[in-house]
Design a protein around this ligand. Structure first.
Ligand SMILES: [Fe+2]
Ligand SMILES: [Fe+2]
Length: 166
């Protein structure tokens, strides 16, 4: 198994895309199925953005100051996703806004993931050595077990609040 930070994050992105597609296919389906898929989406996003916020983004910002603008924009995109996730976690799948809110979340995150993969991950890959990317990846693997899994977990709330008050 690779410990390369970019490989790990792209694996998460792949799983997100799979869940997004599954939701889109189930959009007209039963509420219980949509609820289950959204819960899976919220968990995947909560873990992933936590690892990026705690490890990948600060490391890239420290090592590659030229990418600061990309990192700052990415934090803001995470923040928008955090707000939507926090609303969705307490929303019933029968609510008339449930599908609409999930669709906006999917659109926002898909755009964000594209920017990571197309615009600045390649610059990080070019600038950092394989060993540095593995070290960052190992830090993310170590933190994963402690990562919050729902948007209402204290660590997830703290992250969302820090973004507002920092
Ligand atoms: Fe991200
Ligand atoms: Fe990401």
């Amino acid at each position: 198994m690779s410990t390369d930070a970019i490989v790990l994050l792209k694996e998460d992105h792949k799983e997100m895309r799979r869940l997004f597609k599954a939701f889109q296919d189930a959009e007209e389906g039963p509420a219980s199925q949509r609820q289950k898929l959204v819960n899976q989406i919220l968990e995947a996003l909560t873990v992933h953005t936590y690892l990026e916020n705690e490890v990948m983004y600060p490391e890239v910002r420290r090592l590659l100051p030229d990418l600061e603008d990309d990192i700052l924009e990415s934090y803001e995109e995470h923040h928008v996703a955090d707000l939507l996730c926090a609303e969705l976690v307490s929303m019933d799948a029968d609510d008339e806004r449930f599908n609409a809110k999930t669709t906006v979340l999917i659109e926002n995150v898909s755009h964000h993931v594209e920017e990571e993969e197309q615009e600045w991950f390649p610059k990080v890959r070019d600038a950092l050595g394989r060993k540095q990317l593995q070290e960052i990846g190992e830090k993310m693997i170590a933190l994963r077990a402690d990562a919050p899994r729902t948007p209402t977990a204290p660590k997830a709330i703290k992250k969302a609040l820090d973004a507002v008050t920092a």
